[in-house]
Design a protein around this ligand. Structure first.
Ligand code: DC
Length: 215
Protein backbone atom coordinates (compact mmCIF):
# COMPACT_ATOMS: atom_id res chain seq x y z
CA UNK A 1 0.00 0.00 0.00
CA UNK A 2 1.25 3.45 -0.88
CA UNK A 3 -0.17 6.57 0.68
CA UNK A 4 1.14 9.69 -1.04
CA UNK A 5 1.08 13.04 0.70
CA UNK A 6 1.89 16.34 -1.01
CA UNK A 7 1.59 19.97 -0.08
CA UNK A 8 3.55 23.15 0.61
CA UNK A 9 6.13 23.62 3.38
CA UNK A 10 4.72 23.76 6.84
CA UNK A 11 1.33 22.25 5.95
CA UNK A 12 2.00 19.43 8.41
CA UNK A 13 3.01 16.70 5.96
CA UNK A 14 5.71 15.20 8.21
CA UNK A 15 3.61 15.11 11.36
CA UNK A 16 0.60 13.68 9.57
CA UNK A 17 2.66 11.14 7.59
CA UNK A 18 4.35 9.94 10.79
CA UNK A 19 1.06 9.45 12.60
CA UNK A 20 -0.63 7.75 9.67
CA UNK A 21 2.43 5.48 9.34
CA UNK A 22 2.25 4.57 13.03
CA UNK A 23 -1.45 3.78 12.82
CA UNK A 24 -1.08 1.57 9.78
CA UNK A 25 2.32 0.09 10.59
CA UNK A 26 3.81 1.53 7.41
CA UNK A 27 7.31 2.91 6.83
CA UNK A 28 7.31 6.70 6.46
CA UNK A 29 9.35 7.91 3.52
CA UNK A 30 10.45 11.52 4.03
CA UNK A 31 11.56 12.48 0.53
CA UNK A 32 12.34 16.07 1.55
CA UNK A 33 15.07 14.58 3.77
CA UNK A 34 16.64 13.07 0.65
CA UNK A 35 16.83 16.44 -1.15
CA UNK A 36 18.08 18.02 2.07
CA UNK A 37 20.83 15.39 2.33
CA UNK A 38 21.98 16.17 -1.20
CA UNK A 39 22.00 19.87 -0.26
CA UNK A 40 24.05 19.05 2.85
CA UNK A 41 26.62 17.17 0.74
CA UNK A 42 26.72 20.06 -1.74
CA UNK A 43 27.63 22.38 1.13
CA UNK A 44 30.18 19.93 2.55
CA UNK A 45 31.90 19.44 -0.75
CA UNK A 46 31.74 23.18 -1.45
CA UNK A 47 30.00 22.65 -4.75
CA UNK A 48 28.25 25.66 -6.30
CA UNK A 49 24.49 24.94 -5.84
CA UNK A 50 23.84 26.57 -9.22
CA UNK A 51 26.29 24.31 -11.05
CA UNK A 52 23.65 21.77 -12.06
CA UNK A 53 26.01 19.11 -13.40
CA UNK A 54 28.28 19.23 -10.34
CA UNK A 55 25.26 19.03 -8.02
CA UNK A 56 23.89 16.13 -10.07
CA UNK A 57 27.19 14.28 -9.55
CA UNK A 58 26.76 14.69 -5.81
CA UNK A 59 23.20 13.32 -6.08
CA UNK A 60 24.27 10.32 -8.17
CA UNK A 61 27.12 9.37 -5.84
CA UNK A 62 25.54 10.00 -2.46
CA UNK A 63 25.15 6.91 -0.24
CA UNK A 64 21.65 7.56 1.07
CA UNK A 65 19.80 5.14 3.29
CA UNK A 66 17.10 5.09 5.93
CA UNK A 67 17.71 3.26 9.18
CA UNK A 68 15.11 1.05 10.86
CA UNK A 69 13.53 4.09 12.50
CA UNK A 70 13.20 5.90 9.19
CA UNK A 71 16.06 8.30 9.96
CA UNK A 72 18.20 9.26 7.03
CA UNK A 73 21.89 8.37 6.82
CA UNK A 74 24.62 9.58 4.48
CA UNK A 75 27.64 7.30 4.22
CA UNK A 76 26.30 5.40 7.20
CA UNK A 77 26.04 8.47 9.45
CA UNK A 78 22.70 9.82 10.65
CA UNK A 79 22.21 13.38 9.34
CA UNK A 80 18.61 13.86 10.54
CA UNK A 81 19.62 16.86 12.62
CA UNK A 82 22.10 18.52 10.26
CA UNK A 83 19.71 18.57 7.31
CA UNK A 84 17.44 20.95 9.25
CA UNK A 85 20.08 23.71 9.41
CA UNK A 86 19.47 27.16 8.00
CA UNK A 87 22.29 26.73 5.49
CA UNK A 88 20.64 23.63 4.10
CA UNK A 89 17.26 25.41 4.05
CA UNK A 90 18.77 28.26 2.07
CA UNK A 91 19.86 26.09 -0.88
CA UNK A 92 17.60 23.04 -0.82
CA UNK A 93 14.92 24.48 -3.12
CA UNK A 94 17.52 25.17 -5.78
CA UNK A 95 18.98 21.69 -5.39
CA UNK A 96 15.52 20.08 -5.56
CA UNK A 97 14.62 22.10 -8.66
CA UNK A 98 17.53 20.54 -10.55
CA UNK A 99 16.00 17.90 -12.91
CA UNK A 100 19.20 15.83 -12.83
CA UNK A 101 18.97 15.61 -9.06
CA UNK A 102 15.32 14.53 -9.28
CA UNK A 103 16.27 11.91 -11.84
CA UNK A 104 18.70 10.46 -9.32
CA UNK A 105 16.30 10.58 -6.36
CA UNK A 106 13.02 9.28 -7.82
CA UNK A 107 14.28 5.71 -8.50
CA UNK A 108 15.65 5.57 -4.94
CA UNK A 109 12.23 6.57 -3.61
CA UNK A 110 10.49 3.88 -5.64
CA UNK A 111 13.03 1.32 -4.48
CA UNK A 112 12.43 2.13 -0.80
CA UNK A 113 8.66 1.74 -1.34
CA UNK A 114 9.25 -1.63 -2.96
CA UNK A 115 11.68 -2.88 -0.34
CA UNK A 116 9.39 -1.82 2.48
CA UNK A 117 6.35 -3.37 0.84
CA UNK A 118 4.45 -0.08 1.11
CA UNK A 119 5.02 3.38 2.53
CA UNK A 120 3.50 6.62 3.57
CA UNK A 121 5.45 8.88 1.20
CA UNK A 122 5.56 12.61 1.74
CA UNK A 123 7.03 15.32 -0.47
CA UNK A 124 6.35 17.78 -3.24
CA UNK A 125 5.75 15.39 -6.14
CA UNK A 126 4.51 12.26 -4.44
CA UNK A 127 0.93 12.54 -5.74
CA UNK A 128 1.80 14.01 -9.13
CA UNK A 129 4.87 12.09 -10.29
CA UNK A 130 6.50 9.47 -8.08
CA UNK A 131 3.37 7.69 -6.85
CA UNK A 132 0.85 9.24 -9.24
CA UNK A 133 -0.78 5.82 -9.68
CA UNK A 134 -1.46 5.33 -6.01
CA UNK A 135 -5.09 5.08 -4.98
CA UNK A 136 -4.49 7.09 -1.81
CA UNK A 137 -3.27 10.58 -2.59
CA UNK A 138 -3.68 13.62 -0.37
CA UNK A 139 -2.75 17.28 -0.72
CA UNK A 140 -2.38 18.96 2.66
CA UNK A 141 -2.87 22.67 2.50
CA UNK A 142 -2.94 25.68 4.83
CA UNK A 143 -2.62 29.43 4.38
CA UNK A 144 0.91 30.87 4.50
CA UNK A 145 -0.01 32.70 7.67
CA UNK A 146 -1.10 29.58 9.54
CA UNK A 147 1.87 27.59 8.28
CA UNK A 148 4.26 30.28 9.48
CA UNK A 149 2.57 30.44 12.87
CA UNK A 150 2.91 26.68 13.30
CA UNK A 151 6.59 26.70 12.35
CA UNK A 152 7.28 29.63 14.67
CA UNK A 153 5.53 27.82 17.54
CA UNK A 154 7.47 24.61 16.88
CA UNK A 155 10.72 26.55 17.07
CA UNK A 156 9.64 28.27 20.27
CA UNK A 157 9.84 31.70 18.62
CA UNK A 158 6.25 32.82 17.95
CA UNK A 159 7.40 36.40 17.39
CA UNK A 160 9.28 35.29 14.26
CA UNK A 161 6.10 34.23 12.41
CA UNK A 162 6.12 37.17 9.92
CA UNK A 163 9.76 36.53 9.01
CA UNK A 164 9.14 32.79 8.65
CA UNK A 165 6.10 33.52 6.48
CA UNK A 166 8.24 35.45 4.00
CA UNK A 167 10.74 32.57 3.79
CA UNK A 168 7.92 30.03 3.33
CA UNK A 169 6.37 32.10 0.56
CA UNK A 170 9.72 32.34 -1.19
CA UNK A 171 10.09 28.55 -1.04
CA UNK A 172 6.52 28.06 -2.24
CA UNK A 173 7.31 30.18 -5.28
CA UNK A 174 10.35 28.07 -6.15
CA UNK A 175 8.62 24.73 -5.45
CA UNK A 176 5.48 25.66 -7.40
CA UNK A 177 7.16 27.61 -10.18
CA UNK A 178 9.88 25.15 -11.16
CA UNK A 179 9.78 23.39 -14.52
CA UNK A 180 10.34 19.86 -13.26
CA UNK A 181 7.64 18.31 -11.05
CA UNK A 182 6.25 21.53 -9.58
CA UNK A 183 4.11 21.40 -6.48
CA UNK A 184 0.48 21.47 -7.54
CA UNK A 185 -2.88 19.95 -6.77
CA UNK A 186 -3.48 17.32 -9.42
CA UNK A 187 -6.82 15.86 -10.48
CA UNK A 188 -8.02 12.99 -8.37
CA UNK A 189 -5.95 14.05 -5.37
CA UNK A 190 -7.92 14.77 -2.22
CA UNK A 191 -7.40 18.34 -1.02
CA UNK A 192 -7.38 18.75 2.77
CA UNK A 193 -7.42 22.29 4.10
CA UNK A 194 -5.84 22.11 7.56
CA UNK A 195 -6.23 25.77 8.58
CA UNK A 196 -8.95 24.96 11.08
CA UNK A 197 -8.20 21.32 11.73
CA UNK A 198 -6.03 19.67 14.35
CA UNK A 199 -3.46 17.05 13.37
CA UNK A 200 -5.75 14.40 14.91
CA UNK A 201 -8.63 15.50 12.67
CA UNK A 202 -6.48 15.28 9.57
CA UNK A 203 -5.07 11.86 10.54
CA UNK A 204 -8.60 10.55 11.16
CA UNK A 205 -9.78 11.88 7.82
CA UNK A 206 -6.93 10.16 5.97
CA UNK A 207 -7.34 6.90 7.90
CA UNK A 208 -11.06 6.98 7.17
CA UNK A 209 -10.42 7.14 3.43
CA UNK A 210 -7.72 4.48 3.53
CA UNK A 211 -9.74 2.06 5.65
CA UNK A 212 -12.79 2.46 3.47
CA UNK A 213 -10.60 1.76 0.46
CA UNK A 214 -11.59 5.03 -1.25
CA UNK A 215 -8.80 7.57 -1.80
O1 DC B 1 9.58 18.94 2.86
P1 DC B 1 10.95 19.59 3.06
O2 DC B 1 10.90 20.98 3.60
O3 DC B 1 11.84 18.72 3.89
O4 DC B 1 11.58 19.66 1.60
C1 DC B 1 12.84 20.20 1.35
C2 DC B 1 12.93 20.73 -0.08
O5 DC B 1 12.89 19.67 -1.02
C3 DC B 1 11.82 21.70 -0.48
O6 DC B 1 12.39 22.79 -1.19
C4 DC B 1 10.94 20.90 -1.40
C5 DC B 1 11.86 19.87 -1.96
N1 DC B 1 11.22 18.59 -2.20
C6 DC B 1 10.94 18.24 -3.49
O7 DC B 1 11.19 19.02 -4.40
N2 DC B 1 10.40 17.04 -3.78
C7 DC B 1 10.10 16.18 -2.80
N3 DC B 1 9.57 15.00 -3.10
C8 DC B 1 10.35 16.53 -1.45
C9 DC B 1 10.90 17.76 -1.19
Amino acid sequence: MIIAIDGPSGAGKSTIARRVGEELGLFVLDTGAMYRSVALEVLRQQVDPNDSEAVAQVARRIELHFDGDGRITVNGKCVAQEIRSEQVESIVSVVAANPLVRRAMVPKQKLVAEEQGGVVAEGRDMTTVVFADSRFRFYLDASAEVRAQRRAQQRGTPEKAPEIQLALEARDRIDSGREDSPLHLAQGVRHIDTDNQSAEDVVSEILGHVRSGVG
